[in-house]
Design a protein around this ligand. Structure first.
Ligand SMILES: Nc1ncnc2c1ncn2[C@@H]1O[C@H](COP(=O)(O)OP(=O)(O)OP(=O)(O)O)[C@@H](O)[C@H]1O
Length: 319
């Protein structure tokens, strides 16, 4: 057990975490979807929860938001068990769901004024709630559209409005569920800039779900890969890539003949090739699978129903 400090306060432990999840389990009927999920998020971190279709990302996020009751495990979000979270706790986080379809006849400014007013009772303790509407509209890049009706916005503009709705209460924590589905590359890039701005500006903790490793790499400080009911990888994109110990493929040509060999020790192998063939060695290439290729391979096997072997193979190379 940890000792209290000199003034009798317990040392900062789990309470310093924005999200603390340990051994989370979720069962739908006889289907165990989450089988011991463990991870945490520190305040200000941007975390991407990545996983194949049906891995349980939405289930996890809904449990954290208090929309779904877990079967078992320890969960704390902003120091509160979501199963018992009250209004004042809900006011401290924002949610951007897959799409906001209501309120089509409202104008952008009116809608944000209205939704913002719902947060007014929860301000204080150094946090001004809600966000000033015009300032918020500028932050999400909708100033030109401030008096437009919601149903006249384009898909990308609508998504910006979704984000504005998610952050109008100046959340300490923001949940984004597949925020860029259906975006073209330009809208996607703009959305990524917006997320970076949010996390820099207010050091908002952000948990987003995505299918896309590239997006996770661009946005997140840490990537969590959920598959087979567990977190099978947790680290920055660089850390995960570094941990990968897949075999490298060495290709070369000698006396006009093209040859290939797979090895875990490419440097030693190449040294031996030089020793053996010297100047006859041509077109030498060494290639290791990228994190993306390894991940995609896992997803393909997972989606073909080979869940356990997909997860085991992925863990073996990223351990
Ligand atoms: N209310 C429910 N009742 C029974 N099964 C459910 C329920 N909700 C989700 N599931 C099942 O739980 C599993 C995980 O679903 P979930 O939506 O959490 O996955 P996901 O990772 O978010 O998937 P996607 O990427 O497709 O959105 C799926 O097999 C799904 O069919």
């Amino acid at each position: 057990m940890t000792e209290p400090d000199a003034v009798g306060q317990p040392p900062a432990g789990d309470t310093a975490l924005a999200i603390d999840v340990r051994d989370l389990r979720m069962r739908y009927g006889s289907n165990d979807v989450l089988n011991g999920v463990t991870f945490n998020a520190k305040p200000g971190e941007v975390i991407a929860l990545l996983g194949p279709n049906g891995a349980g990302k939405t289930t996890t996020i809904e449990i954290l938001e208090g929309f779904r009751m877990r079967s078992d495990g320890h969960v704390r979000v902003l120091d509160t068990d979501p199963a018992h979270g009250r209004e004042a706790w809900r006011a401290r986080f924002g949610i951007v769901l897959q799409s906001w379809r209501d309120h089509g006849r409202w104008k952008v400014r009116e809608l944000l004024n209205h939704l913002g007013s719902l947060y007014a009772p929860y301000g204080g303790e150094g946090i001004e709630r809600p966000w000033n509407t015009d300032e918020l509209i500028e932050v999400v890049g909708l100033t030109e559209h401030i008096d437009k009706r919601v149903n006249s916005l384009s898909g990308g503009q609508r998504r910006r409005l979704d984000v504005a709705i998610g952050i109008v209460g100046r959340p300490e924590l923001l949940f984004l569920d597949e925020p860029t589905v259906g975006f073209d590359p330009h809208a996607r890039r703009e959305f990524h800039d917006l997320v970076h701005r949010l996390s820099d500006m207010d050091s908002t903790t952000i948990l987003l779900t995505t299918h896309d490793l590239d997006e996770a790499e661009k946005l997140a400080d840490r990537i969590l890969i959920l598959a087979g009911g567990r977190i099978i990888a947790d680290g920055s994109a660089e850390e995960l890539s570094r941990r990968m110990s897949t075999e490298a493929e060495v290709r070369w040509t000698v006396n006009g003949k093209r040859l290939i060999h797979s090895t875990l020790e490419p440097t030693t192998y190449v040294r031996e090739l030089f020793a053996q063939h010297g100047a006859d060695l041509e077109d030498l290439e060494v290639r290791r699978a990228t994190l993306e290729e390894t991940y995609m391979n896992m997803v393909q096997q997972f989606e073909a129903g080979k869940v356990e072997s997909a997860v085991r193979a992925f863990e073996e190379v990223t351990r």
